[in-house]
Design a protein around this ligand. Structure first.
Ligand code: GDP
Ligand code: IMO
Ligand code: MG
Length: 427
């Protein structure tokens, strides 16, 4: 059985949660590989409606081992809350595993995320304020604390004491904020450790054994390619890699071990937070998409910016992810529109360009060049076979395949698990 990475291919919120929930039935393991509780993955299935932030979207299948991988950052308070909410709805979490290598979001990360955003004034990134950037910064600065360290209280106290001294200096001397109490943070994290101890494990062995048995494994991405710190709209990005390469690192499976990469795209574009988005629609069509699709952030509730499909950005996403197929979600959202547009190039300072510029400032100056397609103006939510889609909807999907040079393996026509067209077997 294959190892398949399911990655966000735009600016996040493409419907990864739905796609993973749907595919997880066919595998034995799902590994969330990057990000933290900045992610919000909506799953609507016969058990209920759920918003998952850290817990893999395979959790609804008791036989699927769900790993919060080494490449993630975990806010233990939020994870405990998520476990409790699932248990309250009778969803078993005994098959959840937390990598001992995953880093912890600490109280100073939350404070610093807010303080840093405020200090950016008009240039704020629009982060989710979940402490994600500061936690990943500490990981590479070797100031991070990992989940496994919660299991050794004495060692935890030593590390926390020295790190907190440094963090308190930043909080008080740079931002004029109150220092954090070592005792309080230590005791709080000891309690989290006691609560989570049964879940925290060395995961490379668990994953190796699953691969030796030939178990199917899904690597669940968070965020999307255009939020990648290397290839996205830097600095308006997140702080860990949402790409398939990030999946390799964050799960601990070498690149040759990933058999397929499924890029999840919405049939149009959305973005939440600051930064350039060339196809953004600040007009009635944009509002219509937002209201019809209820485009409000799963994690923060902020309205999502909506726009036409950007095939230039999608081409980059294909390249940097090495996609083997696409899942196109929310096709049904376009059902009413009389005319659709796809951005096929940009106009930059009077020239036509066909690539996604590396600089956010340059991208801000790019104007989309559109190709127009007729809408289908018919309900697609009950369609289950590609051939049964309206002709114009088929044309739209085929044009996306051509422009991106990637086949659409899966098309989603509604939020529920069964609202899908599997064009080719994904696994
Ligand atoms: P994720 O972060 O990539 O998992 O995506 P989110 O859950 O943040 O946002 C995707 C939204 O689209 C959720 O509200 C899903 O329920 C919804 N959704 C997913 N696929 C479809 C679809 O094909 N049609 C419609 N109408 N909604 C969908
Ligand atoms: P899922 O997994 C959409 C965005 C934030 C902000 C930027 C940096 O649900 O697709 P951060 O808190 O990561 O430092 O914020 O990234 N962002 C997301 N946007 N979906 C997400 O996750 C996101 N996670 C972060 O809005 O612009
Ligand atoms: Mg989301």
């Amino acid at each position: 059985m294959a190892v398949i990475a399911v990655v966000g291919a735009q600016w996040g919120d493409e419907g990864k949660g739905k796609v993973v929930d749907m595919l997880a039935e066919r595998v034995k393991m799902v590994v969330r590989f990057s990000g933290g509780d900045n992610a919000g993955h909506t799953v609507i299935n016969p058990i209920g409606d759920f918003k998952l932030h850290l817990i893999p979207s395979g959790i609804f299948y008791p036989s699927v081992t769900c790993i919060i991988g080494s490449g993630t950052v975990i806010n233990p308070a939020r994870l405990i809350e998520e476990i409790d909410k699932l248990n309250h709805k009778k969803v078993d979490t005994s098959h959840l595993v937390i990598s001992d290598r995953a880093h912890l979001v600490m109280p100073y990360h939350l404070l610093l995320d807010g303080l840093e955003e405020e200090s950016r004034a008009g240039k704020a990134i629009g982060t989710t304020r979940r402490g994600i950037g500061p936690a990943f910064a500490d990981k590479v600065a070797r100031l991070g604390i990992r989940a496994g360290e919660l299991l050794d209280k004495k060692a935890l106290l030593d590390r926390l004491a020295s790190i907190l001294e440094h963090k308190n200096a930043i909080l008080t001397k740079i931002y004029g904020a109150e220092p954090l109490s070592l005792d309080e943070v230590y005791e709080q994290y000891c309690r989290y450790g006691e609560r989570l101890a049964g879940y925290i494990k060395e995961t490379t062995t668990i994953i190796r054994k699953a691969r030796e048995r030939g178990d199917g494994i899904l690597l669940e991405g968070a965020q999307g390619a255009l939020l990648d710190p290397d290839y996205g709209t830097y600095p308006y990005t997140t702080s860990s890699s949402p790409l398939a390469g990030g999946g390799s690192l964050g799960a601990g499976i070498g690149p040759t071990g990933i058999d397929r990469v499924l890029g999840v795209f919405k049939a149009y574009c959305t973005r939440v937070g600051g930064g350039p988005m060339p196809t953004e629609l600040e007009d009635e069509t944009g509002n219509r998409i937002r209201e019809r699709a209820c485009e409000y952030g799963t994690t923060t509730g902020r309205p999502r910016r909506c726009g036409w499909f950007d095939a230039v950005a999608a081409g980059l996403s294909n390249q940097v992810n090495g996609l083997t197929g696409m899942a196109i979600t929310r096709l049904d959202v376009l059902d009413d529109l009389p005319e659709l547009k796809i951005c096929v190039a940009y106009e930059l300072d009077g020239r036509t360009i066909d690539y996604f510029p590396s600089s956010a400032a340059t991208l801000e100056r790019c104007r989309p060049i559109y190709e127009k397609l007729e809408g289908w103006q018919a309900d697609t939510t009950d369609v289950r076979r590609f051939d049964d889609l309206p002709e114009q909807a088929k044309k739209y999907v085929k044009r996306l395949e051509e422009l991106i040079s990637c086949p659409a393996d899966l098309i989603c026509v509604g939020p529920a698990r069964e609202q899908k067209i599997e064009v080719r077997p994904v696994l």
